[in-house]
Design a protein around this ligand. Structure first.
Ligand code: SF4
Ligand code: SF4
Length: 381
């Protein structure tokens, strides 16, 4: 297992990290076994959150038999829930109790997605003061944030220079945050990647996608593609079974940095995708934003690429259901909110008929709204 420096923290973390969001789905005994096995395989970064059901408790139980000094723990506070310093402090103390430890190595402002969240955290008397206080008391060693916001907003958070790491979504088919990697490198921030397999989409690819990446399994390619980028510190994968753990470990342990054969595969696969989508292919350049109705046009166009290019009906339908239903965790509203204002199309360098594409997509994908989401479900978006 490779280990990389996590920004300025002075800590070296394993290339594969353990995401604790899925362990609430298995028994305490099973979760503990999987966590111990992960440690045994060399994983040293374990992340969890108060909103992940009983995940903190299960990690705490596993820790009883592990060397605490060799494990880096990360847990979180969400500004939508903890709006006052005393609420954050209570949340932190509750996390420490459940984790059966007297400090966490990395504490994350979790889901720092909106201006309102920013205000809650950074205003005078805001929750960040409680985070710094806890750090001065030794309850927290290092501070990071996670965000599902737009890249410009994440950049602003990074430029506060209050954080040693950021945690964000980034994978082969979701590259909107790519531009932030150079900035993280420049600011010496650790970069933790979540949803590396796009919530299972790349672990269970469609036949067309499989064909394009052959002879490499898409799962291996997608994880190694991330690992190949040294600006990325670690890949966080939610795991609850030995099989999931072993699959991820096998993909990343002793992986070889990409040579031309590997990059050719990727170039050919993207060229095939582009061919299949044809004249409606969106480059996700984001020039069409802002939409006055709050439609996240590039995200809907990304889904359109995957629908036309890979026949990814199940995945796209699932993602589209979150649109307008996932709160700040999934920015944007459904295409049915379009009022034909005409702002977006003249801004598109590809001259795409944006309105007809997203309306067609809505017709195809809309199958009713989701019920409201519990926090532990939102965390998996
Ligand atoms: S035409 Fe529709 S999608 Fe385009 S900017 Fe206006 S409201 Fe948004
Ligand atoms: S401007 Fe055009 S190509 Fe760029 S993200 Fe918007 S729709 Fe896609």
């Amino acid at each position: 297992m490779e280990y990389r420096e996590l920004g300025s923290s002075g800590k070296k973390v394993s290339l594969l990290s353990f995401g604790g969001m899925r362990i609430p789905r298995v028994t305490v005994g099973k979760a503990v076994e999987v966590i111990k096995k992960a440690c045994h395989l060399g994983i040293n970064y374990f992340e969890t959150a108060p909103g992940y059901g009983n995940s903190e408790h299960k990690i705490g139980v596993a820790l009883r038999d592990l060397d605490r000094s060799k494990v880096y723990l990360s847990t979180k506070s969400h500004p939508g829930q903890d709006q006052k310093p005393e609420q954050l402090r209570n949340r932190l103390e509750s996390s420490l109790k459940k984790l059966e430890t007297d400090y966490v190595d990395f504490y994350q402002i979790w889901g720092l997605n909106t201006e309102e969240h920013y205000e809650t955290v950074f205003k005078k008397g805001g929750t960040f003061e409680a985070v710094r206080k806890a750090q001065n008391e030794g309850l927290i060693k290092h501070i990071g944030f996670t965000s599902h916001g737009y890249p410009a907003f994440i950049q602003r958070l990074m430029e506060t220079r209050e954080f040693e790491s950021l945690t964000m979504i980034y994978h082969l088919y979701h590259q909107r945050n790519k531009g932030l990697l150079d900035l993280a490198d420049k600011l010496n921030m650790g970069v933790m990647i979540i949803a590396p397999l796009s919530n299972g989409f790349l672990a269970h690819p469609t036949p067309l996608m499989e064909e394009d990446f052959a002879p490499y399994p898409v799962r291996d390619y997608a994880l190694q593609w991330l690992a190949n980028d040294k600006r990325i510190t670690s890949i966080v994968s939610g795991m609850k079974t030995f099989k999931e753990l072993q699959n991820n470990y096998d993909s990343l342990n002793n992986f070889l940095y990409f040579d031309k054969t590997k990059t050719d595969i990727e170039n050919k696969a993207f060229a095939k995708l582009r061919d299949r989508v044809g004249k409606d292919f969106c480059t996700e350049c984001r020039e069409c934003l802002p939409c006055p109705q709050g439609i996240n046009i590039p995200e809907l166009m990304r889904l359109n690429n995957l629908m036309r290019g890979y026949d990814a009906v199940y995945y796209c339908r699932d993602r589209y259901r979150f649109t307008g239903q996932g709160g700040s965790w999934y920015p944007g509203v459904k295409a049915s909110h379009c009022d034909d204002c005409g702002d977006c199309e003249p801004r598109c360098p590809e001259k795409l008929p944006v309105v007809s594409i997203i309306r067609g997509l809505h017709q195809e994908l809309y199958a009713g709204d989701r019920k409201s989401l519990a926090t532990h479900q939102i965390s998996e978006i």
